[in-house]
Design a protein around this ligand. Structure first.
Ligand code: ZN
Length: 606
């Protein structure tokens, strides 16, 4: 049967050649280390040889065809899995510049299956792709091994025992190599290798950098030594309302000409709610916007182990509630960052009455919250989706659009995005969310939580409404990162509410409660703001963009760098709010200063 083995090996050589081609493509297109291509081929070679040896061994035993059929089936499976892996890796590398992992697949699978953004594929698309790939690979493998069907028994004998020993040895070698690859992520051979990357235990679409690790280590110490049960007597309840994709400039309370926020405007006019004039998110996407708000830091420092606002409050005896519109469980494993328990977590994946992006589900979740008790302060993080382009628009919210102006389902996704996002519809949805916030205030008051409460209303990021693009996540212009920041805190005076970013929210809350601000938080309390001159912002989608805001008494400038494209932009936000005149060439000194700030942000060691 030597002939069979030789032919199997010829097929394997072809397979490895194609594998090397794909691997080289990843190295070229996504700047992976070329060593990773070699490691990838090595892993596949070990796997293939084990298959050849095992099927070849059984083929030496009899004339039966099943070892060949088994070989074809296993090769088909291998090739199909490779196609799936390469596809997922291409999407992952294009979106956030790193390889896919099994955990990442698990956390995004429900969203992709539902057919919603950011990868609107859906059950039909997934099923077709799965089946067609298998059929195609089967055809390729059959074609590649067609000579084997006419094989005649060979007189030369290869002993079964020695072949099976080779099979075992190669299988063990494959296992050991893969283990090494998964464990040794800092080794240049394995860092970018696709199979080893897949099995690494990370469910987040960002790198677990040395800096993030170091911050987490330090945070563990800080949390352990943070004073507990410091507050005596009745404690304030805290409500943090984050409205997804909410732009300040579309809100009446921020000077928009349409009456989109009657409830919030009334609270501000009555002096019960305070308004931060100019507020920015640290990025333009939900994941980093939300975690940055809770962690009081920029995205580069955040991991699932970061010491956050809700941790401080839980340690202080607060019950922490998460009432979240949208499917947070399916977005980058967000619940891992919330450190929440099952009983106090309610998101769009759990609603019985509504669909997952319908904000009424937050009121459904609030029904399970008991009435307030003087001994049990509560923290609520409420997330609303109305202004997100996926957020459900209720029929009664057609105010600036016609009531029959509904988006027809089944549109091609990008077209749908344009319709969902058209500016009149966005205004409808701002008005809708203002009404939802009013209902939320009423429901919280009815349960006794609003009498002694501090409520913060903000956004996780902005939204492109066709100025330059639609939706969010890829840019750092004002439409992407200028958010509202409103503080419902009737009895408190705030001396300077001219400027803030998301990282200031958590420090302001703990300071207002009389608690010390954890030393690792990067924001500052708005009760005593200093004149911070520089703030930092970034995207985490690829290409990564970085922005530094520079501010003094007269000026507010924004510098945006996109290192991958080598572009730099500088805007004078006081004179050019639409960011249409790039001053990077005209202001070389300021540009150089801010370029250095971006470099320092990127290179700052832990
Ligand atoms: Zn968002």
């Amino acid at each position: 049967m030597r002939l069979i083995l030789r032919r199997l090996l010829t097929f394997v050589a072809l397979h490895l050649l194609v594998t090397a081609g794909f691997s080289a493509f990843f190295a070229w297109r996504f700047s992976h280390n070329p060593l990773a291509s070699a490691a990838h081929v090595l892993l596949l070679a070990e796997w293939d040889l084990a298959l050849v040896a095992v099927c070849g061994a059984f083929a030496t035993l009899s004339r039966a065809r099943w070892p060949l059929i088994a070989f074809r089936a296993l090769m088909t499976l291998t090739c199909a899995l490779q196609v799936y892996l390469y596809t997922l890796d291409a999407v992952s590398n294009v979106s956030w510049g790193r390889n896919i992992t099994a955990r990442l697949v698990a956390s995004f699978a429900p969203t992709v299956w539902s057919g919603k953004e950011p990868f609107p594929v859906g059950p039909i698309g997934i099923s077709i792709f799965t089946v067609v790939t298998v059929a195609l690979m089967l055809a390729v493998v059959r074609w590649g091994t067609r000579a084997l069907t006419t094989n005649e028994p060979d007189a030369a004998r290869v002993r079964f025992a020695s072949t099976i020993a080779i099979a075992l040895a190669t299988a063990v070698a494959f296992g050991a190599t893969l283990r090494w690859g998964v464990a040794d992520r800092d080794n240049l051979l394995w860092r970018d290798e696709l199979v080893a990357s897949f099995f690494r235990p990370i469910g987040y679409a960002f790198e677990p950098t040395a800096r993030r690790e170091a911050v987490a280590e330090r945070d563990a110490v800080l949390r352990a030594s943070y004073p507990r049960q410091l507050l005596k007597g009745p404690r304030k309840h805290v409500v943090l309302i984050i409205v997804d994709s909410l732009r300040a400039d579309r809100m009446q309370v921020y000077g928009y000409q349409r009456p989109t926020t009657p409830f919030l405007s009334g609270l501000v006019q009555g002096g019960r709610m305070k308004k931060v004039e100019t507020a920015f998110s640290t990025c333009s996407e939900s994941f980093c916007g939300i975690t940055s708000t809770l962690a009081g830091r920029e995205f580069r420092d955040i991991s699932a182990r970061t010491f956050q606002l809700q941790d401080v409050l839980r340690d202080e005896g607060y019950q922490t509630w998460f009432l979240l519109s949208g499917n947070h469980s399916a977005w980058n494993g967000l619940p891992n960052f919330y450190h929440s328990s099952d009983e106090t977590f309610f998101d769009g994946s759990q609603t019985i009455r509504y669909t997952m992006d319908d904000d009424r589900l937050v009121l459904e979740g609030l029904e399970r919250v008991p009435v307030a008790s003087p001994d049990q302060p509560a923290f609520f993080y409420v997330h609303l989706m109305s202004t997100h382009y996926l957020g459900v628009q209720l029929p009664e919210s057609h105010v600036f659009t016609r009531p029959d102006d509904e988006v027809s389902p089944g549109l091609e996704p990008y077209k749908m995005l344009e319709q969902l996002n058209k500016p009149d519809r966005y205004d409808d949805k701002v008005l809708q969310v203002d009404g939802i916030i009013k209902q939320l205030f009423d429901a919280l008051r009815a349960k006794g939580y609003l009498d002694e409460a501090m409520v913060v209303v903000t956004g996780d990021h902005g939204e492109g409404l066709g100025e330059r693009h639609w939706a969010h996540g890829w840019h750092l212009y004002n439409e992407d990162i200028r958010i509202p920041l409103l503080l419902y805190d009737p009895d408190q005076r705030y001396s300077d509410l001219s400027f803030a970013t998301q990282v200031d929210i958590a420090p302001t809350i703990v300071d207002r409660l009389g608690l010390p601000i954890p030393a690792s938080w990067e924001g500052e309390s708005l009760l005593a703001p200093t004149r911070r001159r520089f703030t930092y912002h970034q995207t985490y989608f690829v290409p990564n963009r970085f922005a530094v805001l520079y501010r003094d008494d007269q000026a507010l400038f924004k510098f945006i760098a996109t290192p991958q494209y080598g572009t730099e932009e500088l805007y004078d936000l006081r004179k050019d709010g639409g960011e249409s005149h790039n001053l990077a060439g005209a202001e070389p000194a300021l540009t150089a200063l801010l370029r250095d700030k971006v470099r320092a942000y990127l290179n700052d060691a832990p």
